[in-house]
Design a binder for this molecule. Structure first.
Ligand code: C2E
Ligand code: MG
Ligand code: MG
Ligand code: MG
Length: 282
């Protein structure tokens, strides 16, 4: 068993090893078999036109069904997956699976729903990304306009010139770009102006205390004004209360996402929970 972990075949689980290092090794081992055995599933969280609909689509959120630990959220395994490069295989699966689901929704009559997929830093720097996206769209016969790729502000700004090049090639395919977790990284407004994005997602950190913190409201209001001047759609994430929903709508956010309006759900439940909202408003 330990042999499969190391080229030399020696035992990694030595008592002298600290608990955290052992935990990390176990995670890595389990993650490798998760990739091999396809233990992943996408959950879908609805995005609403403010204040309460229609549903414009969903964000695909990765879940890992660990054989012993149950459902593991991405924050607990994506850092390790990034460190080891396993994220490239996982993200490729995510893009393909999201396109397959888009096709299924389209066939079921939900042809206006958009799908947003999160990209890791590593995938974003990977030379094969544009081909990967193009192939997934073609394989499932999905119109590129249906697909949005979310990259965090920090990833987009890290190597801004290189990012711009990749993003322009993705946009040339016809997919849309959304800047995730906006306000948490170091933004250059010079680059923000040039980024070929169509959407900004205000980080939930600004939303969670909105009713009690005037500074958060001021920041959101400024982001909305800036984003709108740049022609961007503004999404607020992490909306949990009716007060936040109301506030964000009045501040001018175009779309809302959060537990108040809909939790991430497996595909079948997503349709049951959201189809009527879409149809009622369409
Ligand atoms: P994110 O893209 O900013 O996704 C939003 C996160 O906020 C999700 O957590 C979602 O479940 C959670 N959320 C949504 N509404 C609410 C709310 O009202 N309150 C609170 N407290 N949380 C809310 P999740 O699914 O655990 O994902 C965490 C992060 O993991 C994501 O942040 C994204 O950066 C990353 N991630 C998720 N799926 C993927 C994927 O397929 N590939 C990659 N590379 N990263 C992913
Ligand atoms: Mg996201
Ligand atoms: Mg986010
Ligand atoms: Mg986030």
């Amino acid at each position: 068993h330990a042999k499969s972990l190391g080229r030399a075949g020696y035992c990694f689980f030595e008592p002298s090893m600290n608990a955290n290092a052992r935990e990390q090794l176990r995670l890595l081992h389990d993650l490798r078999s998760a990739v091999a055995n396809n233990e992943f599933e996408l959950y879908y969280q609805p995005k609403f036109e403010a204040p309460a609909g229609p549903v414009t689509g969903a964000e695909a959120l990765l879940r890992w069904h660990h054989p012993e630990r149950g459902l593991v959220p991405p924050a607990q395994f994506i850092p390790m997956a990034e460190k080891t490069g396993l994220i490239l295989t996982i993200d490729a699966w995510v893009i393909n699976e999201a396109c397959r689901q888009l096709r299924a929704w389209c066939d079921a009559g939900h042809s206006s729903w958009n799908m947003a997929v999160n990209l890791s830093a590593l995938q974003f720097q990977h030379a094969g990304l544009v081909d990967l996206v193009r192939d997934a769209l073609t394989r499932h016969g999905v119109a590129p306009e249906r697909l949005t790729l979310e990259i965090t502000e920090s990833i987009a700004m890290r190597d801004a010139e290189a990012s711009m090049d990749v993003l322009n090639r993705l946009v040339a395919l016809g997919v849309s770009i959304s800047i995730d977790d906006f306000g948490t990284g170091y933004s250059s407004l010079m680059y923000l102006k040039r980024l070929p994005a169509t959407e900004l997602k205000i980080d939930q950190g600004f939303v969670s205390q909105l009713e009690h913190d005037g500074d958060d409201a001021a920041i959101i209001s400024a982001i909305v004004a800036l984003g709108h001047k740049l022609g961007l759609n503004i999404v607020a994430e992490g909306v949990e209360t009716p007060e936040q929903q109301d506030f964000l709508t009045r501040l001018g956010c175009n779309s809302l996402q959060g537990f108040l309006l809909g939790h991430p759900l497996p595909a079948a439940q997503f349709v049951t929970a959201n189809a009527h909202i879409h149809e009622a408003a369409a």
